[in-house]
Every structure is written in C-alpha cells, then in structure tokens.
Design a protein around this ligand. Sequence first.
Ligand SMILES: [Cu+2]
Length: 318
Amino acid sequence: MVTGWPTLWNTVDNVFLFIIAISLVLLLGITATMIYFVVRYSRKRNPHAENIEGNTMLEIVWTIIPTILVLAIFYAGWKGFLYMRTVPDDAMPVKVSARMWSWSFEYENGRKSGTLKVPAGRPVKLIITSEDVLHGLFIPAFRVKEDAVPGMETYLWFLPHEPGSYDLFCTEYCGVGHSAMITKVEVMPEKAFAAWYEVKQPQKRSEGTSKHAPTAQKEKNYGVGARLAQVKGCLLCHSLDGTAKVGPTFKGIAGRKTVVVTSGKDREIIVDEVYLVRSLLEPQADVVKGFPPIMPSQKGILSDAEIKTIIEYLKSLK
Ligand SMILES: [Cu+2]
C-alpha cells in the first residue's frame, strides 16, 4: 500500500546510494585483488607460470554473490518504480501543458498559472501533455521526471514536504529556447495556497493603464509590463535590442510597418494595438514574414489586465 511517505526502498536517493555502495565495494575489492595479484604473481616472485584447472568453490561464490546483488538492485528499483507509479488517492490533480518554450499549469477549478503552485504536505499528481514537440518535465528536488508527449497524457506524482521554491526544467532538447524553458514549483503553506487557489485570476492589478493615467502611474505599469514580459517567457523569443530571435524584436514594435502572412498571403500592416492583441491571442492568424508560426496562444495564460499592461509596455519600447 502506498501511503504518502516513502519507505527505505522507495526513495530514489536510497536506491541510488545502495547502488553506489555496491559499486564502491566492488571497485575497492577488485582493485585490491588486482594489486595483490600484480605483486604476488610478478615474474620476480613467480618465474614459472602454471595452469590453473579450476576451482568449484570460487565459481560458486562468484556466481551466487553477483546474482544476489543484481536481484537486490532489481528489488530496490522495482519497489521504487511501483511507488512512483502508484498515485495516492488524495493527490491534487494538476494538468500540465508544455510548449515551446514555457509551461502552463491548470487546476481543477480552472485556475491557470505559469508556475506550479502547490500546498505543502499534500501529494500532487501532474497530468502532462505537450502542445507541440517532445518536452521533459523534471523537478530535481522531488526526484521526478516524465516526458511531455504531444497527443498523449503522461503522469507523475510527488509529495512536497517543505514550503519553498524549487526549479522545474525541461529535459528534452526542444529547440532554440530549450535552455530557458524553466519555471518554479512554489510549495506554499496550506493556508496561503488555499487563499491563492480560491482567488480569481488577478484582474485589478494594472487598472489605470489607460491613456489618461498620470505619467508616474504609467511608468510603474511599464515596470510591471517589463516584469510580465520576463516571467511569462516573451523575452525568450523576442529581443528588446533589435536583434531577431525566434520571433521579431520588441524594439520599436508599435507603429512598425511589417509584412505578415495571413492565410498564406503576404500583406503589409502597421503594428497597432488591435494587431498586438490578436498576436497574443491568435498568434497563427498573422505571422510576421520570415518567422516560423510557432508562438503559443496566450489565451487563458494572460489575464485581460495583463494583456493590457504588456501592450502598454510594448508601445513604450521606442
Ligand atoms: Cu522543452
């Protein structure tokens, strides 16, 4: 039976240490025997080589001991594997969607997040898929790793004991933005998590982003916009300094004359607010010529207020 708490055989670390210990004993034993043989049977001490016919006792020993060791390794691995694949009934399900090059987490109540927020002390089940290519979800702190495969659901579970912030990486080489496909697992105290979970997606945060907002407020919003562009992963593909990355640069984007491909046809447009909003929500509708149509839609990822803030920020990048 799987309780939330790992037993000796069930933790990756213990199995790892167990195998390391066996390897170390063998390494030292074999090296010592080898050195002994080199000295004992050197030509000086043993000038005439002799033929050894065999030793039944030795044969039995070196067959049985490795067999026991290999079976013990199998047992440890199998127990650990069963533990990892058996999700506790009370685990909190979270849907994970991977795409080039960010992660999206969706909770049972429809809440979405770019970081994986979980309550401490409760098992979490991640139901994982990919929107485009193969990705790999890896949380080193919890010793769990699973592929994200398009058109398929995979899963893993873990028990976050301690509140804190832990890295979550992509471990499948998935394109030029792969190395930046990093987010965090935020393990929160139960109460803080419950408070976050119940609250609707923040809409209020950047109210006052209108044209009439005072300059100081506007500048503050640009700061929020810059931070959003950073944490939501926009800057992985769009530069701020004019260089072309996977996508066109943000520098001077508003008001720029640009050629886009719409349903296979080129057309020249001026980048305005309407175009920017559409690019965020339906990035495949008009793709800037010369760039691949790979941007994921931000629908449900960015709130309306966040979209507004980001666009204000983009307009400020002269
Ligand atoms: Cu990836």
